[in-house]
Design a protein around this ligand. Structure first.
Ligand SMILES: Nc1ncnc2c1ncn2[C@@H]1O[C@H](COP(=O)(O)OP(=O)(O)O)[C@@H](O)[C@H]1O
Ligand SMILES: N[C@@H](CCC(=O)OP(=O)(O)O)C(=O)O
Length: 369
């Protein structure tokens, strides 16, 4: 049966750690593997990092630049070279590819989100393998994916993929970073995010020399993907052929089971496509109403309003400590909410001087995270 498969490969797998030069054999085997999957009738998307790493190697820079403008310039050098290599290799195997560069802003605006969806559908329908990366050269700090793990999960969610493979330089997820904790326990299966919380994984720092996110971003990517019903696997990039074996059922890497009832596409866009503009701190009653009873959020349950936002903005709904439990679209601006927080809904029109919505976040616009 045709499956939609998203494969993300990180800089640490695409480049040689000592020199920063391209790891040609890995890229060639990855190309062969993805072409094999296409020949089996699957729809394939590659999310490839490496623009900054390849740009650095081309320019003789020995470490990842920190200054934003330099990083953006280096990415512009590297992205072209990376695509050239992919196009040469895929062309040898008669496989057309396409470059898709996205910024966070492309997924925030609903019309652009839908446009991206349509473009992916057309490309996949044409039998093309889209090669996706963040548009590093123009991305601005506030509207950035920041790491390709998150980007790949959002793409997998957008196209409602069956599989997301996060290829990296470790063979799977461990209870702690195996580089610094040699006896860390390997984890084969995560059946739910609740189970993941119970495992209390330690993720250490920011990842290997050239990578950006480390394991933290892979775990949050898995969370986004499984909510969309996408089975997610963390496995080693050096052995791309393992992707075929995993699809055939071999227990390689760490598997995250997809949520049995995926969150709807619109709610996923609210939860992960939009960038939250503020935070609402809720009391116990409101937390229970949202978590246990699936109710809407009323003004009475809001203790504190943080940030400045307009009506219809996305906000984080948090407990007293500031931990996020849900996201939603607000029916009031932050200015209005400062006046009506803690108040009964029937008093809102008197306080504001006009009638507003009964709920602050209606349950149709509210997603548990
Ligand atoms: N709990 C953990 N299990 C496995 N690896 C971990 C863990 N915590 C941190 N890491 C580190 O994450 C690194 C992979 O992340 P990163 O360097 O960002 O790779 P990539 O370039 O593939 O995105 C590994 O090399 C490993 O040292
Ligand atoms: N967009 C950046 C990659 C960012 C990123 O997530 O890198 P990595 O941790 O290696 O997957 C680039 O192409 O260099």
């Amino acid at each position: 049966m045709t499956k939609t498969i998203v494969v993300k490969i990180g800089t640490s797998s695409l480049t040689q750690p000592e020199t920063g030069q391209l790891a040609l054999s890995t890229i060639a085997t990855l190309t062969e593997t993805l072409c094999y999957l296409r020949s089996e009738g699957h729809r394939v998307i590659l999310v490839s990092s490496g623009a900054v790493g390849v740009g650095c190697a081309r320019l003789g820079l020995t470490e990842r630049p920190k200054a934003i403008a330099l990083k953006q310039a280096v990415a512009a050098v590297g992205q072209g070279r990376l695509m050239r290599v992919y196009d040469d290799l895929f062309s040898i195997l008669q496989q057309p590819i396409a470059q898709v560069l996205l910024t966070r802003a492309d997924l925030v605006q609903r019309s652009r989100y839908l446009n991206a969806y349509n473009t992916f559908q057309e490309l996949l329908g044409l039998g093309v393998i889209p090669v996706v990366n963040e548009n590093d050269t123009v991305a601005v700090e506030e509207l950035k994916f920041g790491d390709n793990d998150t980007l790949s999960a959002l793409v997998a969610s957008l196209v409602e993929a069956d599989w997301l493979f996060l290829l990296t330089d470790v063979d799977r997820l461990y209870s702690a970073d195996p580089r610094s904790v040699p006896d860390a326990r390997p984890i084969a299966l995560v059946s739910s995010m609740k189970e993941l919380a119970e495992l209390q994984i330690q993720t250490g720092g920011q990842g290997s020399g050239w990578g950006t996110g480390g394991m933290v971003t892979k775990i949050s990517a898995a969370r986004i993907a499984i909510a969309a019903g996408v089975r997610t696997v963390i496995t080693q990039g050096r052995f791309p052929r393992n992707i075929q074996k995993i699809i055939q059922g071999e227990p390689i890497g760490t598997h995250f089971e997809p949520q049995p009832e995926p969150t709807s596409a619109r709610k996923r866009w609210i939860a992960y496509g939009l960038v939250p503009a503020g935070k609402l701190y809720l009391d116990e009653g409101a937390l229970n109403a949202i978590l246990q009873a699936g109710k809407s959020l009323l003004a009475a349950g809001i203790q504190t309003v943080e940030g400045e936002f307009d009506t219809q903005a996305a906000v984080q709904l948090c407990d007293r400590t500031g931990s996020e439990i849900a996201r939603g679209l607000v029916n009031y601006s932050s200015e209005e909410l400062q006046k009506i927080r803690g108040c009964h809904s029937r008093d809102i029109s008197t306080i504001l001087g006009y009638a507003g919505a009964e709920t602050v976040v209606h349950r149709d616009n509210l997603v548990l995270t």
